[in-house]
Design a binder for this molecule. Structure first.
Ligand code: NAP
Length: 257
């Protein structure tokens, strides 16, 4: 099937954590908008990553599967080099891979849990972005970081470790925007509220799900495609005067009270 849109026509895009959920919707959306090559990173969900690749190819783009744990410095670096080897360049980087690992109150929180969430959500963005910038500097481009409403709220039950990483990522987004503007690289973020993905199947018990729904004005979970729509806007020329900004995709969560 031919590409349906043309907002990122011919561009080469790398999406971390694209085997499912928001990352998959972003990868497929980029392909639909004319990306020539879409890099699909994952760390363990091979079958789901292959499914994303099929969906990307069905939209007319070339899919490149990239197995790498973004929290591992060497693997992150190799992943970017592998993508450059396959695609020749990188125009768009979407730092989406993220995890909660486990809900836990701060009292007694295992140090390994704290460190693992920081390693994936923050170190991972640092490793991948640092490696990608070397190539992106040559021709400019766009970086979008997926933060979270948790960056402002401190997170739902048992997720202070996760919220802290997303707060850090929000700040990193602004710092990178300042540093990389000179190279024609815009850096923005999308901060989702509750989005219906495998993330919640794993980490959110049913009773918390209902309270998330009630915390939104729109009284429902969002879809991965609704987050992808904001990412697509930020990587397209439609947002050419926007950098260092965050788009909140949260069903009006801030305005419930
Ligand atoms: P998800 O359904 O749990 O999917 C997470 C993706 O990240 C998977 O593709 C997973 O692949 C990948 N991943 C996890 N650890 C990785 C690692 N170390 N290296 C490489 N890839 C890794 O999550 P989601 O709901 O789509 O969330 C995507 C992003 O949005 C995350 O950053 C999350 O924090 C953020 N977010 C989500 C929500 C929400 O309500 N869903 C709200 C706010 C923000 P493997 O299984 O192969 O590891």
């Amino acid at each position: 099937m031919a590409n349906a849109g043309s907002r990122v026509k011919g561009q080469k895009a790398l999406v971390t954590g694209a085997s499912m959920g928001i990352g998959r919707a972003v990868a497929v959306g980029l392909a639909r908008e004319g990306a020539a090559v879409v890099g699909i990173n994952y760390s363990s969900s091979e079958d789901q990553a292959r499914e994303t690749a099929k969906l990307v190819e069905a939209e007319g783009a070339r899919a490149v599967l990239l197995r790498a744990d973004v929290s591992d410095e060497q693997q992150a670096q190799r992943m970017v080099e592998q993508f450059i080897g396959e695609a020749g360049a990188i125009d768009i980087l979407v730092n989406n891979a993220g995890t909660l690992v486990k809900r836990h109150s701060i009292e007694g929180m295992p140090t390994e849990l704290w460190r693992r969430v920081f390693a994936v959500n923050l170190d991972g963005v640092f490793f991948v972005t640092r490696a990608a910038i070397t190539h992106m500097k040559e021709r400019g481009g766009n970086i979008v970081n997926i933060t979270s409403v948790a960056a402002y709220t401190g997170g739902g039950p048992g997720s202070v470790h996760y919220a802290a990483t997303k707060g850090g990522l929000a700040t990193l987004t602004i710092g990178l925007a300042k540093e990389l503007a000179a190279y024609g690289i815009r850096v923005n973020a999308v901060a989702p509220g509750p989005i219906d993905t495998p993330f919640h199947e794993r980490f959110t018990p049913e009773e918390h799900r209902q309270s998330f729904v009630e915390s939104t004005l729109l009284r429902r979970f969002g879809t991965p495609e609704e987050v992808a729509a904001a990412v697509l806007f930020l990587v397209s020329d439609e947002s050419s005067y926007i950098t260092g900004s965050t788009i909140d995709v949260n069903g009006g969560m801030f305005f419930r009270l």
